[in-house]
Design a binder for this molecule. Structure first.
Ligand SMILES: Nc1nc2c(ncn2[C@@H]2O[C@H](COP(=O)(O)OP(=O)(O)OP(=O)(O)O)[C@@H](O)[C@H]2O)c(=O)[nH]1
Ligand SMILES: [Mg+2]
Length: 323
């Protein structure tokens, strides 16, 4: 699913300005046929058509470009629920849809009034009234546009998670998960010496083609069940919904600010849920004694790469056999 394609939302002023400007321009055209009454009716009706034709597709595009939550994978449905107000998004989209229908209805009503009216000034007055009503409708959409723009920006941070074998890099903040992602996959995701650098999910890939392996670097978690924030909960979501394999990143140097004891507690917890491989980060800062006193089996970047390449190759071979 690609959330990057939703264009920025316009506001009512912008939408109305474009529509009215185009209508004014067209209203000046001179090649209309008939007597003065027919000409003025045609001219004014044309303005109304143009206003509708400018506004309706714009609004339609907005409602069409936002994803339909009901047909999303359970991962994205849950990610949305965690990061934005899905009901408010639905209501905002329904409001835009309402606006679109109102503009269509107003155009019909006022065009039919134009064709019934016989006085020049009265006909022009109908156009003015139509402009007023349309402006009022479109202006009422501004709060919905603002909500949708906010949601669009949130969705820009969503990863484009593909239906591939998926590895999740998990651990406390600042332990070196993103550094590992970059080393494993060659991506260039942001790394920094403070906790919660990663606020959304970063993705990198090993191998090419249909069976490449997706590595997801999730925000660090403090793993305190009651106080976990929405950013941390994304990590749980990846573990629960998409990860085929989890790599737990340990920082034995404790430069991350979390004691080894706490890191072990979280590791024990996650181990109950999933098969977990262990990676020791910041080994360059550790003495050989500390590394060798660590009893869990752990892997280097090269070993992890080899392992993942092997999994990828096996999956590719299986695919070839199936075909
Ligand atoms: N010396 C050394 N520093 C490392 C190593 N791995 C990571 N770091 C440093 O540790 C800090 C945190 O690294 P990140 O990769 O951003 O850690 P993270 O786990 O992704 O952090 P959050 O996104 O905040 O959860 C950065 O300053 C990195 O440069 C390593 O192997 N050796
Ligand atoms: Mg990070």
């Amino acid at each position: 699913m690609n959330f990057q394609k939703i264009p920025p939302l316009e506001n009512s002023t912008c939408i109305l300005d474009i529509a009215f400007k185009k209508a004014r321009k067209k209203g000046m055209q001179k090649n209309l046929k008939g007597n003065w009454l027919q000409i003025i009716r045609q001219k004014e009706a044309l303005k109304l058509d143009i206003v509708r034709d400018q506004i309706v597709p714009r609004l339609h595009k907005i409602t069409g470009q936002f994803p339909d939550v009901t047909i999303m994978s359970s991962f994205y449905q849950k990610l949305m629920k965690l990061t934005l107000d899905v009901d408010l998004m639905r209501r905002a989209l329904a409001t835009v849809d309402w606006g679109m229908k109102q503009v269509k209805k107003l155009q019909k009503t006022y065009v039919s009034q134009i064709f019934k009216e016989k006085e020049r000034e009265e006909i022009k007055g109908i156009t003015k009234k139509f402009y007023g009503r349309v402006s009022s409708v479109v202006k009422q959409l501004d709060p919905a546009f603002e909500d949708l723009e906010r949601f669009r920006k949130i969705m820009l941070t969503y990863p484009d998670i593909k239906d591939l074998y998926t590895v999740c890099l998990y651990g406390f903040p600042n332990v070196g998960k993103t550094t590992l992602l970059n080393n494993l996959t060659g991506t260039k995701a942001k790394i920094a010496a403070y906790a919660f650098t990663t606020k959304s999910i970063n993705a990198g890939y090993i191998g090419r083609g249909e069976e490449k392996i997706q590595v997801l670097d999730v925000p660090g978690t403090l793993a305190r069940k009651d106080t976990m924030n929405k950013i941390e909960l994304q990590a749980e979501l990846v573990i629960d919904e998409v990860a085929d394999m989890t790599i737990y990143v340990f920082d034995l140097s404790e430069y991350c600010g979390i004691s080894v004891e706490e890191q072990v507690q979280l590791y024990d917890k996650i181990k109950k849920k999933k098969d977990v491989l262990v990676y020791l980060s910041k080994k360059d800062l550790l003495s050989d004694e500390i590394v060798s006193s660590f009893k869990e089996k752990h892997y280097s970047v090269e070993e992890l790469q080899d392992l993942l390449q092997k999994i990828q190759k096996e999956r590719e071979d299986e695919n070839i056999k199936k075909d």
